[in-house]
Ligand binder design. Structure first.
Ligand SMILES: Nc1ccn([C@@H]2O[C@H](COP(=O)(O)OP(=O)(O)OP(=O)(O)O)[C@@H](O)[C@H]2O)c(=O)n1
Ligand SMILES: C[C@](O)(CO)[C@H](O)COP(=O)(O)O
Length: 231
């Protein structure tokens, strides 16, 4: 493995967390003594390779200014968009304004994934440092998968050995990612992660196996599980 490269970070944090059915956007729910987004930022802010970090926020976000990290001069802000991909692209454009160059590595990590292990971050950085495309943390599917038909009933059982779950951070060079995301959005392609935009642009991202507990808090039971795990 190569030495860990320097990198920029975009944290998409402009969602409303509808599936969480909470009284606030899920990134501001608490895990232990701090909010999910504070746990998420911690994994990057103390990394020696961090060159700069942008958080993409909703214009309606009244919670961010209440956090101590809002006063951290290492944290910059961008205006989030209608979809996650729009928020990520806005964050990338903010990085350029901060001096990031096309050849620089950018890591995109969901604010809703507060349990990223330092060891996973290190493995991603070192594994992809010299990669021509980049890639993402991912976990091989462990359960049997079912494909459903229009009536919601099973129509097939795909070979699960061919499937992985995409996680974040996803790590790509700024210029390639900006072009892929901008092109996919302009073409009306529904991209739910950075890798799918890169794939649309003809690149083949690499999968780096990570921990399955780097979960995205999406539904109430996800936070219950993490709280039990971390207390
Ligand atoms: N327009 C959006 C939508 C989502 N996100 C961010 O993208 C990450 C992953 O998205 P998801 O888990 O879908 O979050 P929400 O969109 O908030 O959840 P929901 O779909 O349940 O509303 C989250 O950190 C979320 O804040 C974003 O920055 N901008
Ligand atoms: C980026 C992601 O977390 C990879 O699994 C996922 O695609 C985000 O999807 P969401 O619907 O925006 O949560």
């Amino acid at each position: 493995m190569t030495a860990s490269p320097s990198f920029w970070v975009v944290i998409p944090a402009a969602g409303v967390g509808a599936r969480m059915q909470a009284d606030r956007p899920k990134q501001y729910l608490r895990l232990g003594d701090r909010t999910l987004i504070e746990h998420t930022l911690d994994c990057f802010l103390d990394h020696p390779g961090l060159r700069g970090l942008v958080v993409s926020l909703s214009a309606a976000d009244g919670y961010w200014p209440t956090l101590a990290c809002a006063a951290d001069d290492r944290v910059n802000l961008a205006a989030g968009g209608a979809e996650r991909a729009n928020s990520v692209l806005a964050g990338i454009k903010r990085l350029v304004a901060l001096g990031a160059a096309d050849g620089d590595w950018v890591l995109v990590h969901d604010a809703a994934r507060p349990n990223l292990a330092h060891s996973d971050l290190a493995r991603l950085l070192e594994s992809l440092a010299d990669d021509p495309v980049g890639g993402l943390l991912a976990v091989p599917v462990r359960d049997t998968l079912k494909q459903v038909g229009p009536d919601g009933r099973v129509v097939a059982t795909p070979d699960r050995s061919l499937y992985w779950q995409a996680y974040t951070p996803q790590m790509f060079r700024l210029g390639m990612l900006r072009e892929a995301l901008g092109g996919a959005l302009a073409a009306g392609i529904p991209v739910t992660d950075e890798a799918s935009a890169m794939e649309w642009a003809g690149h083949a991202p690499r999968l780096i196996e990570g921990r399955a507990d780097n979960i995205k808090v999406t539904r109430p039971e996800d936070l219950d599980w993490l709280t039990g795990l971390r207390g």
